[in-house]
Design a protein around this ligand. Sequence first.
Ligand code: AMP
Ligand code: GLY
Length: 425
Amino acid sequence: MNILLIGSGGREHALAWKISASPLCDALYTAPGNPGTARCGENVALDVTDHAAIIDFCRAKTIDLVVVGPEAPLVAGLVDDLTAAGIKAFGPTKAAAQLEGSKAFTKELCAEAGIPTAAFARFTEEAAARAYVAEKGAPIVIKADGLAAGKGVVVAETLDEANDALAMMFAGGLGAAGAEVVIEDYLTGEEASFFAFSDGTHVVPLASAQDHKRAFDGDTGPNTGGMGAYSPAPVLTPALEEEVMARIIRPTVATLKARGTPYRGVLYAGLMITAAGPKLIEYNVRFGDPECQVLMPRMKTDLVAAMLAAVDEELKSFDLRWWDEVALTVVMASKGYPGAYPRGSEIGGLDAAEAVENVLVFHAGTKQAGGRLLADGGRVLNVTSLGKNVAEARRNAYDAVAVIDWPEGFCRTDIGWRAMARENS
Ligand code: AMP
Ligand code: GLY
């Protein structure tokens, strides 16, 4: 098969690595890709917002399957356009991608299907929103309805913070994404990510993972896209996983099917494991980044076969298998991230890092300039390792980090601390 992968981050390098290992894959193209995906196939300079150009490319290269990595092209309807052109594509339609494209859409679906989630209200007027916040009190969570590149959620500790967030969103600080605001009760517990493949009707669970959203050690500092992750997430016991499938994932897929907008692709549930059981924080309609970087090394099953089964509505009898090993990834980011950071500093030592036992280095924001590898983004490298337990995976990953020569970068030194604490208890 000829496969086209859309995206350019660490998630896409991990997907490209796994796809290119499939016996079903003859040729892999990544658009636009990065220096990591270039090692797994060929990068192509396509504009992913130009659906007609992507369709032309698929016809020219007789592409059999398109895999869409990020949410923006899914929400923009790339899969709908490819399907209409007769090209198979893995990922939800525009209508089903509203699970990530609109927080209000997901909250209404939870209400309709009885899915456990934080109580909420929706607002398009600042005054009414302020009145609601005053009545509810803090802490409280303010969310822009639309896609805001990870900047749309404010967990407000005080009423002032909540009101500032409302003022920012209603003043257009997040563009159209903030024209409607969802206000939610604040949930307490431990967060975990849960992934499943859906073919519209049938659902197969993947493995669980946990990421670290804060920039600095001890889970302090600003929120980021994720500074590291590990799989499995020990907080998600098999009994809890079954509860998540029964109370959250299956009702979601059944409701979307009943509405005539079936969900095909990977469904990523962000969960809070509360004292009252697992609750849905949010849905994403794609693999997590960096969660994908720890799921792919643990996946024993052929990813391409699994994706085809989801597209072709054949997941019913599909079985996904996983290596027992723990996978852990450490994100190396440009100093300054998630704020402003310079680009173009040189990175050395990657060959030595990849020579460390059981280590894979996925590229996220890098650029090749002649023989030199340069930093070209906020999150730059994902140093990933497998181990027999969290302690071993973590030791391997940090051994590899230690030989990477990049003074302009930083990473957290405590990825996996919760799981380590559990392992040691
Ligand atoms: P989201 O983009 O919806 O995943 O939200 C980003 C982060 O905000 C989550 O990972 C949580 O840490 C936090 N968060 C979102 N909603 C809530 C909530 N209702 N209660 C507590 N924390 C939340
Ligand atoms: N790691 C969080 C996300 O992919 O949204």
